[in-house]
Design a protein around this ligand. Structure first.
Ligand code: KIV
Length: 264
């Protein structure tokens, strides 16, 4: 079992797709580690794990707590931790928070949502030895300001601006660019224009890799399914069924049977 490094991921560009998934705890990180190249402790944990309807409420300390759990489970995959809302408001504040995340977890990179204006932040973190993944396109941390989520880059002006974001953030030192919620043609153009790998979510098949939020991909969150999410299992119903069986057996005094009892 060899730990995956940034150089391994960069070498995959134009050769082999990169597989990324989120995880928020050791249990699932351990299960994903054999198959994923990258594990993201995303601020989506505020929704998926925390039950909120947006990512904004999570703190740096909470991200660190979950990242430490994930790192105990993931020994092989490249580990990325999201910098949460409010932790990147200036380059200096970003550096302070990124150093805190780096020192308190064994993460391999941090991910920052933003457009071309975060280039100085990425540059400063890079100069200080912190690998950054830039998250462009649809930015969930703006959901409150923008009144929800929408696919971006559908018109030429917005598409041009997102391509400029990608190029500016690569020039600033981003090791990879994650592209969320854009038309697939635009993601293809960005992927061709960049030397670093792109990871897509809701961005079509041309990116160098793909990421999904695990609870969406495995059907544990079944209240709403965005168009880009494929469900690889019906997790919620499997758990409901197992929980119902357990509850029925306890109520009907079928569990614990003698097989599960200690004897003198
Ligand atoms: O927080 C997260 O899980 C993310 C993914 C949606 C890419 O940023």
């Amino acid at each position: 079992m060899k730990k995956i490094k940034i150089t391994d991921l960069i070498a995959k560009k134009n050769r082999e797709k990169i597989v990324m998934i989120t995880a928020y705890d050791a249990l699932f990180a351990r299960l994903f580690d054999d198959y994923a190249d990258m594990i993201l402790v995303g601020d989506s944990l505020n929704m998926s794990f925390g039950g909120a309807n947006e990512t904004l409420g999570i703190s740096v300390d909470e991200m660190i707590y979950h990242a430490r759990a994930v790192q105990r489970g993931a020994k092989r995959a490249f580990l990325v931790v999201d910098m949460p809302f409010g932790s990147t408001i200036t380059p200096e504040i970003s550096l302070k928070n990124a150093v805190k995340i780096y020192k308190n977890t064994l993460c391999d990179a941090v991910k920052i949502e933003g457009s071309k204006e975060i280039a100085p932040t990425i540059n400063l973190l890079n100069q200080n030895g912190i690998a950054v993944i830039a998250h462009i396109g649809l930015k969930p941390q703006l959901s409150r300001q923008e009144g929800g989520y929408r696919v971006v880059g559908k018109d030429d002006k917005e598409a041009k601006s997102i391509l400029e974001d990608a190029l500016a953030l690569e020039s600033a030192g981003a090791k990879m660019v994650l592209i969320e919620g854009v038309p697939s043609d635009l993601a293809k153009e960005i992927t061709k224009a960049l030397k670093v790998p792109t990871i897509g979510i809701g961005a079509g098949a041309s990116c160098d890799g793909q990421v999904l939020v695990w609870s969406d991909a495995f059907g544990f969150y079944d209240e709403f399914r965005p168009k880009f999410v494929k469900r690889y299992m019906d997790g919620a119903n499997l758990i409901r069924e197992a929980m119902k069986n357990y509850a029925d057996e306890v109520r009907n005094i079928k569990f614990p049977s003698s097989q599960y009892e200690y004897t003198k």
